[in-house]
Structures are given as C-alpha cells and as structure tokens.
Design a protein around this ligand. Structure first.
Ligand code: FAD
Ligand code: FES
Length: 252
C-alpha cells in the first residue's frame, strides 16, 4: 500500500519485528513511501503524543525504535498484526552529490538508533556507485546496532566501543583517523546521525579535515510540518521542515 503524504496519520499493520539489542527493535510495516534517507515520519498510538522516527527503510517502511519513554515503550509492547499510525515522509534528507568524474566516498558515522537511517543511506550510496565506509559506535559491544546488515551490503565497517571490548576503544571520532589512513579514496562527504554531542564532535573533526559534513539534528517536535515552532534551532531554522538533515554550520 502506497501511503499518501497528507498530514493525517494512516494505520499500518506491523508485518514483522526484529529485535536488534536489549532496548531496540525494528518494526517492519505493511506500507511503503517514496522517501529519502534522513527523512522521518510522525508515529502515533491512541492515548499517546505522536513523535518523530527516522526511516530505516522506505519500501517496506522500517522504524528502528529504542525503548526510552512512554511512546517508545508502548510501541515495544506491540505484536505482529497490530497497527502503528504513521504520517510522512517529512523533512529534508541527506544529499548525495553525484560527480561523474571521480568515484565518491561517503563516510557514515552513527551512534545509538542513529545507525538505522544510515543503513538506508548506505544502500542508496552504493546504488549510486559510492564507496561507503561506516563507523558504528556504542557504549558496549551488545549495543552495537545493525553490524551484520552493513557487512551484508558491502560497506567497509569500523566499530568503536567505550568499554573497549570490540573494535577501537573509544568514541566514533577515534575511528576517523583510521578510516582516513586506510582510505584509497579520501572521503568526499561525511553523514552522521546520533546524539547531539556526537554530532558536534564528528563535525569538529571533519571540519578540521576540510570534509563537508551533513548532520541529522534532533529537536522536540510536535506538528512535524512547520506550524508550531517547537523544533526551532539556530536563527529561525525549523528542524522538521528545514532539517532534520543540515549541512553542518560551525557557527552554530
Ligand atoms: C528527527 C528525529 C528522528 C528520530 N528518530 C528516532 C528513531 O529512529 N528511533 C528512536 O528510537 N527515536 C527517534 N527519535 C526520538 C523519538 O522521537 C522520541 O523522542 C523517543 O522515542 C522518546 O519518546 P518517548 O515518548 O518514548 O519518551 P520521552 O518521554 O520523549 O523520553 C523519555 C526520556 O528518555 C530520554 N530519551 C529520549 N530519546 C532517548 C534516547 N535515544 N536514548 C536515551 N534517552 C532518550 C528523554 O530525554 C527523556 O528523558 C527521533 C527524534 C527526532 C527529532
Ligand atoms: S515540529 Fe512544529 S514547527 Fe517543527
């Protein structure tokens, strides 16, 4: 079923549920969207406020959701055959420039559920003949998300854990020098998604290396369509409409 872009939410049945780690599940829904990686949908359940979730895939729609509070916890209780109300796609996604002269190289960097939209982006980049490197970071090995999915599609993979049991000991930024040292093609852009502190740290390293960065910014959203102003960042930018993906501005 192709769902409309109208602002009214549509109920979509859960076709499958994949348990990703102790606190994260991916919900595969019985519907598809024409959408770009980095765009999001507003998801709603009766009795709850609707909240934004990045598209982990668009055909079929996949949402990768961490159980952290009232709505996400209620979503985690759902079973196959139950419905989630969805409206979207909303916002601006990542942009993959295509230069026919040189093979481009996208370095993708994700933490937490921010890894999920980057899998969608990696698939699109590979289809556009990009070289794709992916850095996945987590506090501990059991929290690393979608590692096998990135291996399966053929992305070069670096892992970091803060406790050091798997991959590079440290934060995602600690893997960037290794990627740059080993890359046969210098990354032509970096796309990142995760907690705000991580986004700022990644952007600082990549700006110093003169590599353009696109960040997926999070903000409190209510309407998701540019009406309520609750997601304003910087000087009049609405995260739901102008973002959530922005070229990183070092001034902000
Ligand atoms: C553009 C955008 C895309 C998003 N995409 C996703 C997504 O793909 N998957 C996803 O799970 N969430 C995503 N979120 C977050 C999501 O919209 C909700 O904020 C989240 O599910 C919590 O909602 P809640 O009602 O369950 O709990 P809330 O009451 O909103 O939060 C409960 C508590 O958990 C904290 N919290 C919120 N998120 C996290 C987190 N990730 N880790 C730890 N603590 C947290 C809150 O600060 C609060 O203290 C996205 C947000 C934005 C703005
Ligand atoms: S969420 Fe209402 S303006 Fe962005």
């Amino acid at each position: 079923m192709q769902i409309s872009h109208a602002p009214l939410p549509k109920p979509l049945k859960i076709a499958d549920i994949k348990i990703e780690n102790a606190s994260t599940k991916t919900f595969i829904l019985g519907g598809k969207l024409e959408a770009r990686p980095g765009q999001f949908v507003m998801a709603w359940l009766p009795g709850h406020e609707d909240k934004p979730f990045s598209l982990a895939a668009a055909d079929p729609i996949k949402l990768t959701i961490a159980d952290v509070g009232p709505l996400s916890h209620a979503l985690h209780q759902l079973q196959i055959g139950d419905s989630i109300w969805v409206r979207g796609p909303l916002g601006q996604g990542y942009t993959l420039p295509v230069n026919s002269k040189d093979k481009p190289h996208a370095l993708l960097i994700g933490g937490g559920y921010g890894v999920a939209p980057l899998l969608f982006l990696a698939q699109q980049a590979l289809a556009l003949d990009y070289q794709v490197s992916m850095i996945i970071g987590a506090k501990k090995a059991a929290d690393l998300l979608l590692v096998n999915d990135f291996k399966t599609i053929g992305a070069a993979l670096w892992l970091t854990t803060e406790e050091g049991s798997t991959g590079i000991h440290g934060l995602v930024t600690d893997a960037i020098p290794a990627v740059l040292a080993e890359a046969t093609i210098r990354p032509t852009l970096v796309c990142t998604c995760g907690p705000t502190g991580m986004l700022r740290a990644v952007a600082a390293v990549c700006t110093a290396e003169a590599i353009p960065v696109q960040v997926a910014w999070e903000a409190h959203m209510r309407c998701g369509i540019g009406l309520c102003g609750s997601c304003e960042v910087g000087e009049g930018w609405l995260t739901c409409l102008d973002g959530p993906v922005f070229p990183f501005d070092p001034a902000y």
